[in-house]
Design a binder for this molecule. Structure first.
Ligand code: HSE
Length: 293
């Protein structure tokens, strides 16, 4: 038995939607898994560090344990185009890829909800896991081991550009920078803007999006961890037709716009002023999520 699965990258938080909103985008992790009856072997591409391959194998084991399945010798082949530790959901992709591949391999009788619950348990929060598994723009939360999730409308005119630096930021470190407590006013700042961000994304309202794509729960605490973030963010604020946010835990900045060609040139100009190399990737929403090929 051999399976091949394709799993998308994802951009979480989307401004004010900390630990809740996420969007699947078209950068992919590919996993080929075969039960050979021999010893386990793992072939990984250069963009898959050992820890990522371990996370994938651990996720497969969690799925096998859940259904009490004992695989006989696995051969894994991993190809990955998702930048690692950049705020584009690479760890969720390895988790989702692992459990989906394992479920297919074992022909497990599990629902999408079962897979979602298991993947979110491994990751610890569901905001990347949900779009990665289900595709599209999603909102989710976990309670008592169950993920409650919904796909949301996204206007087709919006374009996405990921500004990706050449340095990493681990989610663990970026979560460690967050305070234990926030004020009531900061919480309500985010609640109102989350609702209006979703309305703007649904209706294609770029002006409302620019106003509402703001946050007081995580971005400010993480800025000191990202070299030249202030400088870049300030020049991005001057580009009229864009809205932007820190993708996941960072350091990638995601730009949303309806004016793609002019914007790309202006973004490049902003990046040219920085000392660290940052790249631009034009991305599209992935609407399918994890699929078997
Ligand atoms: N919501 C998460 C965070 C996404 O901001 O820490 C990164 O995994």
């Amino acid at each position: 038995m051999k399976v091949k699965v394709k799993v998308p990258a994802s951009s979480a938080n989307i401004g004010p939607g900390f630990d809740c909103l996420g969007l699947a985008v078209n950068l992919y992790l590919y996993i080929e898994a075969e039960e050979t009856g021999e010893t386990t072997s793992v072939k990984r591409c250069p963009n898959t560090p050992k820890e990522a391959a371990n996370l994938l194998q651990h996720s497969m084991e969690e799925l096998f344990n859940l259904i009490d399945y004992k695989p006989k010798g696995l051969k894994l082949n991993i190809e990955n185009e998702i930048p690692i530790a950049r705020g584009l959901g690479s760890s969720s992709a390895y988790i989702v890829g692992g459990i989906v591949a394992a479920a297919k391999l074992a022909e497990a009788n599990l629902s999408q909800q079962d897979l979602l619950n298991l993947a979110a348990k491994i990751e610890g929060h569901p905001d990347n896991i949900t779009p990665c598994l289900n595709g599209g723009l999603t909102a989710s939360f976990s309670e008592d081991g169950k993920v409650y999730a919904s796909k949301l409308d996204l206007h087709p005119d919006f374009q996405f550009f990921a500004l990706i630096p050449n340095f990493h930021l681990s989610t663990k470190v970026a979560r460690g920078a967050l305070p234990q407590m926030v004020s009531h006013s900061d919480a309500s700042f985010n609640t109102s803007r989350t609702v209006l961000t979703l309305a703007a994304l649904k209706n294609g309202d770029a002006d409302l999006l620019k106003a509402s794509l703001d946050d007081k729960l995580h971005q400010n605490y993480r800025i000191p961890l990202i070299p030249e973030y202030d400088k870049l963010f300030n020049s991005l604020q001057e580009i009229e037709e864009i809205a932007c946010y820190l993708s996941g835990a960072g350091p990638t900045i995601m730009v949303i716009t309806k004016e793609s060609e002019k914007t790309e040139a202006e973004l490049q100009k902003a990046l040219n002023n920085l000392e660290n190399p940052w790249g631009i990737k034009k991305l599209h929403p992935d609407l399918q999520g994890a699929v078997e090929l």
